[in-house]
Design a protein around this ligand. Structure first.
Ligand SMILES: O=C(O)CCC(=O)C(=O)O
Length: 275
């Protein structure tokens, strides 16, 4: 049974859950990630995201990732944070390498405080797994504490989450967050501005422990927020590619639906385009 502090999550906009996966499970996912990207290189099913390779297509097609998405511990975290059986709608990402930096939101609307994304409940969360240490190394996730209620991305104390391989970091899509944190050798816990992070010379940085592999799984509750987020996906070039490179056999749909509420995003996208 995983311990999740929902009250703290609601207050801070994020939470770190320790030791969700075992060492062996982390290693299995690392191997599966390299294998998947190797196949992607042959098939062209990836995008380059700054210096990272980012798989295009729903990860449920790959057994090791399907196992993670449908894992009881992961579903338990999502259920506790959302308060009900989570909906999975195919938004899941695996990336190898250093991606973008800079605080941002993941919501459909990111700048209008009066928009329903900011005035209504927002039951859509991401659960992130970093398959290496970031408690003492660069490359991890930064969040701004309590930033889930403002469109501003410069409000709230910036902290670098001390994730270790096997931990899960969960955040509301409204929470300001940034990837690829740079830890300074002489002040490893100070969060630097993104423009500065890019200019820090290598000798001043704490290096990464090993090549960064990150996995982001999105779960939500059926809501206006989720509808708007899916509409945002339908109109976003990269998400369009992801959707078009996803497919759900009847067997897969059944397997996902045995654990989660499921929206087949490929169908929803088709319907959206024929409206
Ligand atoms: O790359 C990361 O660590 C953060 C990912 C991110 O910014 C996102 O999921 O929107």
């Amino acid at each position: 049974m995983v311990e999740v502090n929902k009250a703290k999550f609601d207050e801070d906009g994020y939470t770190l859950i320790k030791n969700v996966l075992t060492k062996e499970e982390v290693e299995e996912l690392r191997r599966a990630s390299y294998k998947l990207i190797e196949e992607d290189e042959k098939n062209g099913t990836y995008i380059i995201h700054r210096f990272a390779k980012n798989h295009i297509g729903c990860l449920t097609a790959v057994p090791e990732f399907r196992k993670l998405i449908l894992d009881d511990r992961v579903i338990e975290i999502a259920t506790q944070l959302l308060g009900e059986k989570p909906t999975f709608f195919g938004d899941c990402i695996m990336e190898i390498g250093i991606g973008n930096r800079g605080f941002h939101k993941d919501t459909a609307n990111r700048n209008d405080q009066n928009h329903p994304d900011w005035t209504e409940e927002y039951p859509v969360i991401r659960i992130a797994f970093y398959l290496e240490d970031h408690s003492e190394h660069s490359g991890g996730l930064k969040v701004r504490v309590g930033s889930q209620n403002t469109v501003k991305t410069n409000e709230g104390k910036a902290v670098i989450l001390p994730t270790q391989a096997g931990d899960a970091a969960a955040f509301c899509l409204r929470t300001s967050h940034a990837g690829n944190a740079v830890r300074l050798k002489f002040a490893p816990n100070i969060s630097l501005h993104n423009s500065l992070e890019k200019r820090i010379p290598e000798f001043l940085k704490v290096p990464e422990e090993k090549e960064r592999i990150s996995i982001f799984l999105t779960y939500g509750l059926k809501s206006g927020a989720l509808d708007r987020y899916m509409e945002y996906m339908f109109n976003h070039g990269v998400y369009q590619k992801r959707i078009l490179n996803s497919s759900y056999s009847d067997e897969l749909k059944e397997e996902i639906s045995s654990k989660l509420d499921f929206i087949d995003i490929t169908k929803a996208y088709e319907e959206y385009n024929t409206k």
